[in-house]
Design a binder for this molecule. Sequence first.
Ligand code: NAI
Length: 338
Amino acid sequence: HPSNSQMEGGSVLERANCRAKGGAPGFKVAILGAAGGIGQPLAMLMKMNPLVSVLHLYDVVNAPGVTADISHMDTGAVVRGFLGQPQLDAALTGMDLVIIPAGVPRKPGMTRDDLFKINAGIVKTLCEGIARCCPNAIVNLISNPVNSTVPIAAEVFKKAGTYDPKRLLGVTMLDVVRANTFVAEVLGLDPREVSVPVVGGHAGVTILPLLSQVKPPCSFTKEETEYLTKRIQDGGTEVVQAKAGAGSATLSMAYAAVKFADCCLRGLRGDAGIVECAFVASQVTELPFFATQVKLGRGGAEEIYQLGPLNEYERAGLEEAKKELATSIEKGVSFIRK
Ligand code: NAI
């Protein structure tokens, strides 16, 4: 690879390539948008994941720098960098999992939907590459607005004839991570002991935490329910405002993305009983996409779970979420169809 071989001479890289090819156990993972605020810590954490044997870092800027830096970590994964559109296909060929945090983030006063104009085109281009070069890869889509970019990706794959709804997952794990944290705070528990299902989508009122289904079983007052629901829904905006123009969540997002990617890889390996929330093609509601708990396996989201019993507050929230989601999904679909 040019950026590495220029620096180090062919032989070191040949040995690394040999190690990668020689069946070092593990999966091949690409990060698209790897030089960004999410991409960099995500690349670092994936380099630390023992399930990863090859890590491809692609961006339109600064990929060689991030790659050189990360490649010095003494963990197993072989790291290669790819810069700009002409190297997209090489970045994607042979990948088992593709994680996409490419695109612009929010600034104060913006909704995730305001990002549509720029990010829709970026996601389209990247997914065309996936359809060409690694149509069987699992895709973890992080770029916002997730409620629209997942339908965009689906339409691109349909057009290319490669669409497998089980392998396309919108990443809503950060909503779950936040929900676990905030709920644990209220209950006075360690967040690691708490599990909150968050369903619907990934924007404002479409983020629907199911506080009646928290594990361990517990109950909340009306005030606590309203406080927690709102804080979970506005978690992203809390960070956007605190960063005051410097972007949105990157570090907690990278953590959440790696937590989710690790579950996908363990599913690919054949581990049993891996259940996480994700925004996927779904028949749980009348909408074509919806976030619920899914079982991750060799084929991706192999099973999609029903919502389970909702209380009155959650049923009202669900109706609101569905209205907004329907519009966002339609916007994504028509971006490709028109
Ligand atoms: P950033 O601006 O720091 O990084 C984005 C990276 O994407 C940059 O390095 C940029 O060069 C790269 N990029 C732009 N166009 C590209 C293309 N065509 N191909 C490849 N790379 C390209 O933004 P940040 O903070 O990393 O956020 C990235 C995205 O993630 C945003 O859309 C943001 O809204 C979203 N996000 C999603 C969350 C979720 O829960 N799903 C949470 C937080 C952010």
